[in-house]
Design a protein around this ligand. Structure first.
Ligand SMILES: [Zn+2]
Ligand SMILES: [Zn+2]
Length: 177
């Protein structure tokens, strides 16, 4: 969302502790959200993120706190039905001046360039970090039968459950009774 969330902070920075509220929506950068495989969670094409953030100036830069919201889609890792919803991501980040010559870069912080704090990359990164890697349609999803492929949420199948080698010794005990 390059540019749309670029905030001028020259005035804000004149007074330590000054705060600025930002509530805005902007499209997420599609290049950063291209899923690697069809099963990966993603944001819908053309999706917008909404952010409710507070910028606060401090001696070394600008602190950004608040929340970012974005829609997401994926497939249940057990039964492969489509799942999705709205991500809500808590944000707590810093923007700092670029390091003076010879000083080490603060790798934890975003950089203030020409008195501008660009919240776009912050929003993109916050959403990327929270995309569910292995979503479930529901906590107790029964998944697909590994033998016949039936969706066990819809209908039980009559396949024998696969034997788990960890229980083999228990079976031996049981059969000796
Ligand atoms: Zn499921
Ligand atoms: Zn089955």
């Amino acid at each position: 969302m390059a540019g749309l969330l670029a905030i001028q902070v020259a005035r804000l920075r004149r007074q330590r502790g000054a705060r600025l509220q930002v509530a805005a929506s902007a499209p997420l950068d599609p290049a950063r959200f291209a899923p690697a495989t069809p099963a990966d969670s993603r944001v819908p094409e053309g999706a917008e993120a909404h952010c409710e953030l507070v910028l606060e100036s401090y001696d070394g830069g600008v602190r950004v706190t608040g929340r970012v919201f974005a829609p997401w889609q994926g497939v249940c890792r057990r039964c492969t039905v489509a799942v999705g919803g709205t991500l809500e991501v808590a944000v707590e980040e810093r923007f700092c001046d670029p390091p003076a010559r010879g000083e080490p870069e603060d790798e934890e912080a975003f950089v203030i360039t020409d008195d501008v704090v660009d919240l776009g990359p912050l929003v993109d990164e916050a959403v990327l970090a929270e995309l569910p890697l292995a979503p479930l349609c529901r906590e107790d999803c029964l998944g697909l039968c590994p033998t016949c492929g039936a969706d066990r949420n819809l209908e039980p199948c009559s396949c024998e459950p696969p034997r788990d080698p960890r229980w083999a010794s228990l079976d031996v005990l049981r059969s000796s009774f």
